[in-house]
Design a protein around this ligand. Structure first.
Ligand code: 5AD
Length: 348
């Protein structure tokens, strides 16, 4: 009986790309291989077997926020803080561009020591080359997002983390859920491709709340979705909490692919960190993007410790790239050296 109804739900999802909240909850709880395979086939239909790669430059780990789960929270004084110079960021970007990367992702904590003007100058330098620039710098004003866009930024990542206001409040002291929504709306108005996403496995998070995250992504028509799995960091208030459920996160990725068939979904580093081959499993459950860390100085990668034992921190970019090529070949996939905007995908 249950198997049949899962089958029906998947048929609806595959043809209409919409589902009710109870159906999403059912899939989150009971979706097995059939769910994963349905997402994989929708991914193949809309996007093909290519995997977009992005060069990630985590240019500063300073952060003024105190999110309870994150190792970079301002109150963690065991992190060695660093801030790359604009020259270093440009040099790292150019090195990645020479290796063929067509998207540079600039990410940092919410660092007030790095002005928006400085970031604008860096964007202008990178945009002299024919590449897309994605930013992930946290909450800013409309005017700041506007200046960054004018400097040449194409996309922006800002996870809602959870679309449930109460849960959001619990984990983000002194932050405002309304302001986060405002940021996502402003980014859209300004013409960015907008990425958001959520963190799976926070204590107090129910499957109903995760289903609401999916409906939220659908409602705002997110162009990119980073679905992370919670990994406890010892130097945070959640240091002794249990890690999130890998398979639940995989099902979440699959459902997002079914409902937003043409968007870009990365196989996140958190998935690879929590489980060996986690990245490959995510790519086989709907994901189509991999972000590789492009910092030439490996010490920076280690210090960007959002959670402990992050996968790949000791690898150089060329090593990560060839390891990725080999593992993709095993699942019949291949790297595509393209800037990989969402509109490049709409071929379903
Ligand atoms: N485990 C997994 N993901 C985390 N993030 C922050 N802390 C953790 C953690 N302990 C994620 C957040 C943030 C992204 C940059 O990293 O979702 O948006």
């Amino acid at each position: 009986m249950e198997e049949n109804s899962i089958k029906n739900i998947l048929n609806t999802a595959k043809s209409e790309h919409t589902l009710t909240k109870p159906d999403i909850v059912n899939l989150l709880q009971n979706g097995g291989d059939a769910l994963i395979n349905a997402a994989d086939s929708v991914r193949r239909k809309y996007i093909g077997d290519g995997v977009y790669i992005r060069a990630l430059i985590e240019f500063s780990n300073y952060c003024t926020r105190t999110c309870y789960y994150c190792g970079l929270r301002a109150e963690n004084n065991r992190v060695h803080r660093y801030r790359m110079s604009p020259e270093e960021i440009a040099a790292n970007s150019y090195a990645a561009i020479e290796k063929g990367f067509k998207t540079i992702v600039l990410q940092s904590g919410e660092d007030c020591g790095f002005s928006v003007d400085e970031v604008c100058r860096v964007i202008e330098r990178i945009k002299k080359k024919d590449v897309a620039v994605t930013l992930s710098l946290g909450e800013k004003s409309f005017e700041e997002y506007s200046r960054l866009k004018s400097a040449g930024a194409d996309r922006y990542l800002l996870r809602i983390e959870t679309a449930n206001k109460e849960l959001y409040k619990k984990y983000h002291p002194k932050m405002s859920f309304e302001n986060r929504l405002r940021c996502l709306e402003d980014l859209r108005k300004l013409g960015y491709e907008v990425g958001t996403g959520s963190l799976i496995g926070l204590e107090g998070q129910t499957v109903e709340m995760i289903a609401e995250d999916v409906l939220f992504f659908k409602e705002i028509d997110a162009d990119m979705l980073g679905i992370g799995v919670f990994i406890p960091h010892p130097d945070t208030p959640l240091g002794t909490a249990a890690a999130g459920d890998f398979n639940l996160t995989l099902r979440m990725i699959a459902i997002c692919r079914l409902l937003l068939p043409d968007i870009n979904i990365p196989a996140t580093t958190a998935m690879e960190t929590l489980k060996p081959e986690g990245r490959k499993l995510a790519l086989s459950a709907g994901a189509n993007v991999v972000m590789l860390n492009a910092a030439e100085n490996v010490d920076y990668k280690k210090e960007y410790s959002i959670y402990p034992d992050k996968a790949g921190v000791n690898e150089r970019l060329e090593e990560s790239l060839s390891a990725l090529e080999i593992s993709l070949a095993k699942i019949g996939r291949k790297i595509i050296m393209s800037s990989g905007f969402r509109y490049n995908n709409r071929c379903g």
